[in-house]
Design a protein around this ligand. Structure first.
Ligand SMILES: O=C[C@H](O)COP(=O)(O)O
Length: 252
């Protein structure tokens, strides 16, 4: 079976309730390809999830931006996977580089989180990616392989995982990876999955790209063989997110 193009919009820690209303209205008014062409997920900050969920068209699914590593309890400030399931939120982003860097989330911790979220029935957008120093040192593949291995070591199925390759140097910088740079890492990641999991997992797992994707560069990126979609930050707050969703048509 082919890999359904996937576009995620990560709103990060942005917006007021007024901003959110505007984004929702833009998304609801946009002409988007049908569900057999693209799967779309938006990830608002936790506090806005219930209103966005009730107001957005059903073509847009919801992802949380994080969840706790195990069952909820005395963990002040955290949101548990069980709570997301309880609210009918199907997806969660785990291992975003901002959390790895700013909250010191290690590869192992990210692997545990992915496993726990999956065990509760959530689908996971699992993020990996190298820093500029790591790329310059020629260690990109070593870094993303270690991040992917820490996840693979903890899970028994990749069915509900989308792997997001997000080079840290391209996030929020306007410095997008070239289509060739993105394709190279995506192909290597697929090869890693083939060698270290199963050929079927490598063939069916969607590997999406994130890092300064916008309405202007999305089509060429989408044309790359091993690139199965996007995780979009800044541009997911703007009307051009609709154009990025439409890039799925390149794969038809
Ligand atoms: O999760 C999304 C990524 O961090 C990309 O963010 P960006 O599109 O603003 O570079």
């Amino acid at each position: 079976m082919g890999r359904l193009f996937f576009v995620g919009g990560n709103w990060k820690c942005n917006g007021t309730s007024e901003d959110v209303k505007k984004i929702v209205s833009t998304l609801n008014g946009g002409q988007i390809p049908s569900k057999d062409v693209v799967e779309i997920v938006v990830s608002p900050p936790f506090v806005f999830i219930p209103s966005v969920k009730s107001e957005l068209k059903p073509e847009f699914q919801i992802a949380a931006q994080n969840c706790w590593v195990k069952k909820g309890g005395a963990f002040t400030g955290e949101i548990s996977a069980e709570m997301l399931v309880n609210l009918g939120i199907p997806w969660v982003i785990i291992g975003h580089s901002e959390r790895r860097a700013l909250m010191n989330e290690s590869n192992e911790f990210v692997g545990e989180k992915v496993a726990y979220a999956l065990s509760q029935g959530l689908k996971v957008i699992a993020c990996v990616g190298e820093t500029l120093e790591e790329r310059d040192a020629g260690t990109t593949m070593k870094v993303v392989a270690a991040q992917t291995k820490a996840i693979a070591d903890k899970i028994s199925s990749w069915d509900n995982v989308v792997l997001a390759y997000e080079p840290v140097w391209a996030i929020g910088t306007g410095k997008v990876a070239t289509p060739a740079q993105a394709q190279e890492v995506h192909a290597e990641l697929r090869k890693w999955l083939e060698t270290n999991t199963k050929a079927e997992v490598a063939a069916s797992t969607r590997i999406i790209y994130g890092g300064s994707v916008n309405g202007g560069n999305c089509k060429e990126l989408a044309g790359q063989k091993d690139l199965d979609g996007f995780l979009v930050g800044g541009a997911s707050l703007k009307p051009e997110f609709i154009d990025i969703i439409k890039a799925a048509e390149v794969k038809k």
